[in-house]
Design a binder for this molecule. Structure first.
Ligand SMILES: NC(=O)c1ccc[n+]([C@@H]2O[C@H](COP(=O)([O-])OP(=O)(O)OC[C@H]3O[C@@H](n4cnc5c(N)ncnc54)[C@H](OP(=O)(O)O)[C@@H]3O)[C@@H](O)[C@H]2O)c1
Length: 476
């Protein structure tokens, strides 16, 4: 069996602490770590092997939202047999021969970049200089986090830089939303069940809404967030991917090439409407730690767009995301046209509520149909109810892998289906850039609200309103 080295540049990073280290533990617990894997963490500080293991132990036992279950000491010891540490400066060319020696003759290698983008070029150049960007007896893969650039130009530059040192099939660009079970299941729901797909078009759909709301603020991420804002932090990547999954055409095969091709078709055909974007900022944001007191960064945005295609012609798509809003929820709602059936027209008002297909990404994960049903009893009265498929209620699907776990396993297996390719990222920025170029000063909104009133007016102008994410379905 070939040996595998997983090299994590930035093992002391926030990302490593909240995601990668907990996921490595989970993989050890579930026997998902290949027999022959060796994990090599890199950062500047000096740490002995014992100190490194202690660091892992501390991270795993720190209370944080991503890793709630208790650590089993026997699993931890199993993990310890796999982990090693090498201290060094990533921008120092003298570090790389040491790394090469440390890696010995491992056949396969994954380099995970959990460090600052400004350091990437040092890593690429030096890996190449030391013939470490390929392996004669195996493969080399690179895992790189979002953001890929800050606009189209910088994304193109980074993609070009990557391609100077690696082939596209070596590059695994992560958007962890693509690793979410609930997002991946949209493809199965749509393309394994023939009955729904004929309805997903302009003849039946009134409009589509995508919401990613959080009831908390930026926490300690002020320095990063203030440079980016809501539209670029989650809109450019996670939410456009959600839209692509919900609207893409059926791929010809269930392969990376075919699925990525269809996602790109959606992203390339999105119509930017700069005058249909509302930016917001929560009250008190400029007093947050590491935020510019005069900041005009958006902590909320809402936009309207269309997909230029025959299938979705004139179907409006409304997308919003924000922090310190009323509720935490991420979902896609496909709102169907109101029923034309006159049979129940004389019933109470609720009888002409539209059907809604909801893909709930979090919380209360599930796929849900809002339908009209008869209230049990002697009279014919209708009420909306949910037909639901819920992940957490079904014992067979109870285990939902962390997206990072899934994406690391996919990288080990060489499956790029749920990673972004260069063209996909560039299509996303091509849509976002014109929206951002004409960005207005954000409207201040109250903490615990649904954002500025202008976001409501965006839909009211079309005779519609935002759907409040329901807490009624898939409750445990
Ligand atoms: N944090 C998140 O929630 C999150 C989410 C999505 C994506 N990302 C992406 O993940 C990456 C890491 O972000 P982060 O916020 O987690 O970073 P971070 O906490 O600031 O950590 C940076 C890491 O790089 C190491 N480092 C910095 N300069 C170095 C040098 N010259 N030589 C060796 N090591 C060096 C640091 O180690 P020492 O200082 O100990 O040397 C540390 O381990 C970024 O690309 C970010 O965009 C992060």
């Amino acid at each position: 069996m070939k040996s595998l080295a997983l090299v994590i540049f930035g093992i002391t990073s926030n990302l490593a602490q909240i995601k990668l280290i907990p996921v490595l533990y989970d993989m050890a617990e579930k026997d998902l770590l290949p027999e022959n894997i060796s994990v090599i963490g890199i950062a500047r500080r000096e740490m002995s092997k014992d100190e490194f293991q202690k660091y892992f132990h501390e991270v795993l036992n720190t209370e944080n939202i991503h890793h709630k279950h208790p650590i089993k000491e026997d699993v931890f010891r199993k993990l310890c047999r796999r982990i090693n540490y090498l201290s060094g400066n990533i921008d120092d060319p003298n570090f790389y021969p040491k790394l090469k020696e440390f890696l010995g003759n491992s056949n396969n290698r994954i380099y995970y970049l959990a460090t600052y983008p400004e350091l990437y070029h040092h890593i690429f150049e030096n890996l190449q200089k030391n013939q470490m960007n390929k392996s004669p007896k195996g493969w080399v893969r690179l895992m790189i986090e979002k953001p890929i650039g800050n606009d189209l130009k910088s994304a193109q530059n980074l993609n070009q830089l990557l391609l100077n040192y690696f082939n596209e099939d070596q590059i695994y660009r992560l958007d962890h939303y693509l690793g979410k079970e609930t997002l991946q299941n949209i493809l199965t729901f749509r393309f394994a069940n023939d009955i729904f797909e004929p309805l997903i078009n302009k003849d039946y759909i009134d409009h589509i809404q995508i919401t990613a709301s959080e009831d908390f603020g930026i926490g300690r991420r002020g320095g990063y967030y203030d440079q980016v804002g809501a539209l670029k932090d989650v809109g450019q990547n996670h939410q456009l991917q959600m839209l692509a999954f919900a609207t893409m055409n059926a791929p010809s095969q269930f392969t990376n090439k075919a699925i990525t091709h269809e996602r790109i078709q959606i992203l390339k055909n999105l119509i930017p409407l700069p005058d249909k974007v509302v930016y917001g900022q929560y009250e008190g944001y400029t007093k947050e730690k590491n935020v510019n007191p005069d900041s005009r960064t958006d902590t909320f945005y809402a936009l309207k767009t269309y997909i230029e295609s025959e299938r979705f012609e004139d179907v409006p798509i409304y997308i919003r995301a924000g922090k310190k809003l009323k509720q935490t929820a991420t979902e896609i709602s496909i709102v169907f046209k109101k029923p034309v059936n006159k049979l129940f027209k004389k019933m109470p008002e609720s009888s002409d509520e539209p059907n809604i297909l909801i893909y709930r990404i979090q919380p209360n994960e599930g796929i849900v149909f809002k339908i009209l049903t008869k209230i049990p009893g002697h009279k014919i009265m209708l009420e909306p109810e949910y037909m639901q498929y819920c992940y957490r209620l079904d014992p067979h699907t109870h285990y939902i892998p962390d997206p990072y776990e899934r994406l690391i396993v996919d990288t080990i297996n060489g499956d790029q289906t749920f990673f972004n390719d260069a063209r996909e990222i560039e299509a996303q920025w091509t849509f976002i850039d014109p929206l951002f170029a004409e960005r207005e000063k954000p409207r201040i909104y109250k903490v615990g609200s649904w954002g500025p009133k202008e976001a409501d007016e965006l839909l009211e102008a079309d005779g519609r309103s935002w759907l409040e994410p329901s807490t009624e379905f898939c409750r445990i």
